[in-house]
Each structure stands twice: as structure tokens, then as C-alpha cells.
Design a protein around this ligand. Structure first.
Ligand SMILES: [Zn+2]
Length: 82
């Protein structure tokens, strides 16, 4: 059996430009945002519930390779949208 099931890839809104991207995409095809899917957002929301914001920022940087400012903006955006 091949490792591919019949499951179709899920789509999510890009965190940067809001257009549809696969949740498995490593980068948005429209704007180049790394890790554009909601999976990271959900992980960060979980983080913010339990950890100080700086840890969430660190987590985002580790996951995406974003710079400090970009990662902080990203986390701020998520924490404001709760
Ligand atoms: Zn995008």
C-alpha cells in the first residue's frame, strides 16, 4: 500500500494574506509566509494559555525561522484575536 490515503489535503486561511493554503504547506504560495496554516496558530493559542508570551514567541521562531520582530507581531496578533 502506498503511504497516501484518499484523504484530501485540508485548506486553511493564510495567517498573513488570508488566502487558502494547504495545512501541510510549509510556505504560502501567495505571499511566502512560512507555516501559513492554522496549525501553528492553534499551537500558539495553547501556548499562550499556559506560558508567558515570550515563550510563545520563542516557539514561533523555532517553528518558522521568523525574526524576533515578525514572531512577536505574529504572537501579538493571535493573542489579540482570542
Ligand atoms: Zn499568504
Amino acid at each position: 500500500m502506498s503511504s497516501h490515503s484518499s484523504q484530501s489535503p485540508r485548506l486553511a486561511a493564510c495567517i498573513c494574506c488570508g488566502r487558502s493554503v494547504s495545512t501541510e504547506a510549509r510556505m504560502c504560495a501567495h505571499c511566502g509566509q512560512p507555516e501559513p496554516s492554522d496549525q501553528l496558530r492553534l499551537a500558539v493559542q495553547e501556548f499562550l494559555r499556559q506560558e508567558p508570551k515570550i515563550n510563545a514567541i520563542k516557539f514561533v521562531r523555532e517553528q518558522t525561522g521568523l525574526g524576533l520582530k515578525e514572531a512577536r507581531d505574529y504572537v501579538e496578533r493571535i493573542s489579540e484575536n482570542r
